[in-house]
Every structure is written in structure tokens, then in C-alpha cells.
Write a protein that binds this ligand. Structure first.
Ligand code: DGY
Length: 318
């Protein structure tokens, strides 16, 4: 008998077809974002859930899930939306989808840093209102080439950002829980503490996962370690940044410009960000290419398949 999978969001056609071949599935045709209670009710007596980054699955939600649910396959590399400890306690396996979105997300991170530093938002505004003329001092940005790039979180995506930044002749610095092997470091300079990294960074790329330890890691105090006029990019998670402190830093000039793709309480965006010009905003597009979205959902499907064949899924995180 096929296992029953509750799929929380609409997937690309090919992915839904593959799931239907393997499992008995309930799909979300209208792509409505379910409230926790709708996930609990909808997945009653199912064997597993295929979730997305937009589904907050808290300890409370997990405690109310049907005892038949044995796995939550999250279709994202990040799994901060799921309380993995509560899931483990209830005997629910959680998986993510690493690797397949590394390139797409690193590409977007470069776009964020460039968009912010070269005033792409203001440029677009001036162009679309036909309110501009070329002049020597028109919308002068900060050049990314030949600068020092600090990478907060040198995992797969951080390293892929470093690789791209080298094409801009940037000097790469990073902070991680531990120093990487020389092979993975690939010439990047390790900073044991965040203060030392922030002091060196002319550009700062936020790439660490969202965990209880990284919540608001970029805050009033840590932002004060930056030199004036630093450019910051965040393609990781909104929770890592204290928005009020960042807005203050953007207003004071401590941060020259901020490029971000991810938000606290998505899809809401802090209204102050929308009033600022030294900002470059995208609506969580990090993994948004067809190839990447296919691969993410196929990988989540493979995790379900492995799990129900009695094997440990390759991307188990708890
Ligand atoms: C992820 O995989 O964590 C991305 O943010 C989803 O787009």
C-alpha cells in the first residue's frame, strides 16, 4: 500500500507527478498558505508531510500532529521553520534539501551585494520616473571589486559566495563555529570571533543558518563593530538580523546599503525598510529557478522514498 503524504504547497507539475507515482498524495491546488491548524487537520492519519519554507511547524503544532506522521520532508535547505527538537521527541524524522540550491542562492547573494552597493533600487526609481540625467556625481555607489568580504557562516552557500567573490578580486574573511580545512577554506582568512570579522568587512555576506543561537546575531552591538559604510547582504534568514538595529545603522551610515531577500515574519516586510533608499529588496528569490525548484522537490521526495523503504534519508537533520 502506498504511503500517504500531505503536501503543504503547490509544487511544479513534474514534482507533483513524481510524488503521485510513489505515494498517495493530497496536493494544495490553490497554493493557499495553511494555518498550523489546517496542517494538523489536513495531515490527520497521513504518514508524512512535504513542507515548505513558508510553513512554521512549531513545537505546539508538532504536539498536535497525528501520531501516524513519521517524517516531515522540508523542501528547503533551511529548517528553522520546524522545531526539530520537538519533532525528534515525538519520533518524527525531519529532512532538508541541501546542495541543490547552493548555486542559485549564492548567485542571488552576489546580486544583493551588487544591487545594494551600486544603488540599483534608486537607479531603477530614477529610470522609471524618467527623472535623471548623466552627471559626474549621479548615484555614486560603492565598488565591490578589490574589497574585503566578510562571510558570516562558511557552509556550502558561504563557500559558493566566496568562489564568486574571488572573480571580483575580493579578499575573503569568514567566521564559523570552527575553522575549515585548508581545502575548504581555499585561501579565506578565519576569524574566531564575530567582532574581528565585522571589523575587517567592507562587505558582509550573511550565510549562516537560522538557529536559536543565530537569532538576532546581527544586532545593535554587533553592528557597532562594523566600520562606517559597510555593505551588507542577507540571503539566509530574516531572523538573523535585528531589523530595528539595522534600520538605525542604515540611517546613520554605519551600513552604506543593505540587500536582502529574506524577512522576519515573511511575507511581511518591516515598513521602515520600504521607506529607505539605501536598500535592495527581493521577495525570497534565493532558490527561485526552475531547475533548482525541481531539484529541491525531487530531493525532498527522495528523502521520503528512502525513509519509507526503511533507509536513513540522506538529509536527515534531527
Ligand atoms: C531554503 O532552501 O532555505 C530557501 O530559503 C528556500 O527558498
Amino acid at each position: 500500500m502506498k504511503k500517504k503524504i500531505f503536501v503543504t504547497r503547490r509544487l511544479l507539475k513534474e514534482n507533483e507527478e513524481k510524488l503521485k507515482e510513489l505515494f498517495e498524495v493530497t496536493l494544495n491546488k490553490d497554493d493557499k498558505i495553511y494555518k498550523p491548524q489546517e496542517i494538523i487537520d489536513g495531515s490527520k492519519n497521513f504518514d508524512g508531510i512535504l513542507s515548505s519554507v513558508s510553513d512554521p511547524i512549531s513545537a505546539d503544532t508538532i504536539s498536535k500532529l497525528s501520531s501516524s506522521i513519521k517524517i516531515i520532508a522540508n523542501g528547503a535547505v533551511g529548517f528553522g521553520n520546524i522545531d526539530i527538537k520537538a519533532a525528534k521527541e515525538k519520533g518524527i524524522t525531519v529532512t532538508n534539501t541541501p546542495d541543490v540550491l547552493t548555486d542559485a542562492t549564492a548567485d542571488i547573494q552576489i546580486l544583493l551585494l551588487l544591487g545594494a552597493s551600486r544603488k540599483a533600487y534608486e537607479g531603477r526609481l530614477a529610470a522609471e520616473t524618467q527623472n535623471w540625467k548623466w552627471s559626474w556625481d549621479f548615484l555614486l555607489g560603492k565598488q565591490m571589486s578589490n574589497k574585503k568580504l566578510g562571510i558570516l557562516g562558511m557552509g556550502r552557500i558561504g563557500r559558493a559566495v566566496a568562489k564568486r567573490a574571488k572573480a571580483f578580486n575580493m579578499e575573503i574573511h569568514y567566521h564559523n563555529r570552527s575553522k575549515l580545512s585548508p581545502e575548504l577554506e581555499d585561501g579565506a582568512i578565519y576569524h574566531k570571533d564575530l567582532k574581528s570579522l565585522f571589523k575587517q568587512s567592507e562587505f558582509l555576506s550573511i550565510n549562516c543558518p537560522a538557529t536559536p543561537e543565530t537569532t538576532k546575531l546581527v544586532n545593535k552591538e554587533t553592528l557597532s563593530y562594523l566600520e562606517e559604510n559597510t555593505v551588507v547582504g542577507n540571503a539566509a534568514r530574516g531572523d538573523i538580523v535585528d531589523d530595528d538595529a539595522m534600520i538605525e545603522a542604515l540611517k546613520s551610515g554605519k551600513v552604506f546599503a543593505y540587500g536582502l531577500d529574506v524577512y522576519n515574519g515573511e511575507p511581511k516586510i518591516h515598513p521602515e525598510y520600504l521607506k529607505l533608499k539605501n536598500i535592495f529588496l527581493l521577495p525570497h528569490l534565493g532558490s527561485a529557478t526552475k531547475r533548482t525548484r525541481w531539484d529541491m522537490a525531487f530531493r525532498a521526495t527522495k528523502n521520503l522514498e528512502d525513509f519509507f523503504s526503511g533507509n536513513k534519508p540522506q538529509d536527515q537533520v534531527n
